[in-house]
Design a protein around this ligand. Sequence first.
Ligand code: G3P
Ligand code: CA
Length: 234
Amino acid sequence: MKIYAHRGASHDFPEMTALAYESAVKQGADGFECDLRLTKDGVAILWHDADLKRRADSDAVVAETKFKKLKKIYPQILTFDEFLDFGIAEKKSLLLETKHPVPSRTEIEEVIVKKLKDEDSRIKKAGIEINVMSFSWFAIEKVKALNAELPTTFLLHDYTPWFTARYSSAQSIGPGINLLRKNPALAKRIKSTGRKLNVWTVDEAADITLCHHLGVDNLITNRPGYARQVLRNI
Ligand code: G3P
Ligand code: CA
């Protein structure tokens, strides 16, 4: 089971900052997870929420604000380009989650897929895996239409109907740990469709152990070092 640092080692450092990803390397993560949004001027940045309220106490909305201004409000913002460079340099695999709905619709998928194509030789040389994830069924299908070779993960909310996962073109399915805890049989159901199982956000020992026993492929956690320690002791 591979360990992905969710927004970096975000239990210990501010989410999706260089510090959080540097710490994830030190904690032995196999890869990094991040959330992606486009700024008003089309820059792909690592940001979870639609606005800057929670992290910077600002009313600025990512999709309505130019990158330069966002960077001034929250200087630790990372761009997707910087993040990809870091993943390649550290040889860490990447789970890239595109956030929806957004006013630019599936432009973020176009930007990401193009960048990954441009950087294909560096990515291959680094030997890392890159996977685009989304809760949006249509975002996943957009990625498939843009580049059928690029691995994807369809993320499940607790209320996502099973048939949407069944009809997804994604090679991996991503339920949350709450859903899997309530319904462990879901792991077998997902595996029986020939897909991989990526589970988020798994921070407690009992849940990490459960994921190990259920044959989860990729564990997404805020605490990569702790997850590594728990797995060593199973
Ligand atoms: O890795 C998937 C997980 O991050 C989805 O939830 O809200 O943390 O982006 P969220
Ligand atoms: Ca995410």
